[in-house]
Write a protein of this length. Structure first.
Lengths: 192, 188
């Protein structure tokens, strides 16, 4: 019906998509799902470790003082960003699983995955940078502006932060790999 | 219908994609360069009156704010410099090989590198912004006092650099997005 009024109808008739080799597609998506589950695990770990980092200590002139992540806007941003990444990874894992049942959706999903993965990578990378910048000041202090270090007082708090930062760095590497995988799979679909 | 539309685009796209790609790289180059320079030249010396106790006379001490003093700002400057030199190199590379070589492989390699540089820039922006927020507001819980009331000029310079670097990193993000779209739009 559409072919009668379109000038490009020879191409349109040729357009019946050749089915991609199913085994390769499924392999790529199996790797994709593995990476997404890893992303979910690392985002969840990072959030839980930061949220449970509260530490109350007796600091001589001030009395009991508490260190928690809510006191720093950068750490709040970190928790929010990693939670978003965790939720995103759940949704995309389900979407990726659905591709295994319905392979004809795969190209469309690859495109959307690549876009959103890049955005989430930006989010996670900036959150890691923000938390890392603040944690570094907490570890070393800064004499020039008289910001004193706090990690000599709140040891458990800082250990939790360090662990969580390492895990979120891992999460951003996983995201980079995910985008590479999407770009590579899209690239492989181009006939030589 | 969808197949027809994507085919029509493919006919005219390679040249247009290449031009928009080059423009985005130029954009990213300019913005990260200016951000790095603005941070590099920002230096402010202020004489700050300090009162220790009301009985003693007020001390006038000289303080200098420089980017070298804060590790997050050093990271910011270095990342912007790396992104800027990468943008220049990739611009030259993509223009030089544009016609002679296998275009798809070039797009693949460049988009992978773009992605890494984008992540680097985003983390530098995050670190610098987090330190900037502490500098503006201070943090009363750990007695880090604000410094932007003393060094207003330095903070304004720095905010400008942060915005410029954000625009530069968005240009890298768009580069990756356009590369993915270009790969997707190729005829199957």
């Amino acid at each position: 019906m559409a072919s009668t009024d379109k000038p490009t109808d020879p191409e349109y008739n040729k357009e019946a998509p050749p089915p991609p080799p199913p085994s390769a597609t499924v392999n790529c998506f199996a790797f994709d799902i593995t990476l997404r589950v890893l992303l979910f695990a690392s985002a969840l770990t990072a959030v839980v470790v930061v949220v449970t980092s509260n530490q109350t200590k007796f600091i001589p002139p001030l009395g009991f003082r508490e260190a928690k992540f809510k006191h720093s806007p950068a750490l709040v941003y970190f928790v929010v960003a990693l939670s978003v990444a965790g939720l995103y990874s759940i949704i995309t894992t389900l979407a990726s699983l659905s591709v295994i049942w319905k392979p004809h959706l795969s190209t469309k999903f690859l495109l959307h995955f690549a876009f959103w993965d890049v955005l989430i990578l930006g989010l996670v990378a900036s959150a890691t940078g923000a938390a890392g910048g603040v944690a570094y000041i907490g570890l070393k202090g800064n004499d020039h502006v008289m910001w004193n270090k706090i990690c000599n007082k709140y040891d458990k708090f800082c250990q939790h932060l360090a662990g969580s930062l390492a895990v979120s760095l891992f999460a951003s590497i996983v995201l980079v790999l995910l985008v590479w995988l999407s770009v590579y799979s899209l690239h492989r679909r181009i006939p030589k | 219908m969808d197949g027809v539309r994507s085919d029509v685009k493919v006919v005219e796209s390679p040249r247009r994609v290449r031009i928009s790609d080059a423009f985005l790289r130029l954009f990213a180059l300019a913005f990260t360069l200016v951000a790095a320079v603005v941070v590099g030249v920002s230096k402010e010396t202020e004489i700050v009156p300090i009162t220790i106790t009301p009985s003693l006379p007020t001390l006038h001490l000289q303080f200098t704010a420089k980017w070298q003093y804060m590790s997050a700002f050093v990271y910011f400057l270095v990342s912007n410099a790396i992104a800027c030199s990468y943008a220049a190199a990739s611009l030259v590379y993509s223009l030089a090989v544009s016609s002679s070589f296998n275009q798809d492989a070039v797009v693949l390699v460049l988009s992978i590198l773009d992605l890494v540089i984008m992540a680097l820039l985003f983390s530098a922006n995050g670190a610098a912004a987090a330190i900037g927020v502490i500098g503006r507001d201070g943090n009363s819980h750990v007695q880090w006092r604000k410094v932007c009331d003393m060094f207003g000029g330095f903070c304004h310079h720095f905010t400008a650099a942060l915005v410029l670097s954000l625009i530069g990193s968005s240009a890298f993000l768009l580069l990756v997005a356009f590369a993915v779209l270009g790969l997707h739009k190729k005829p199957k």
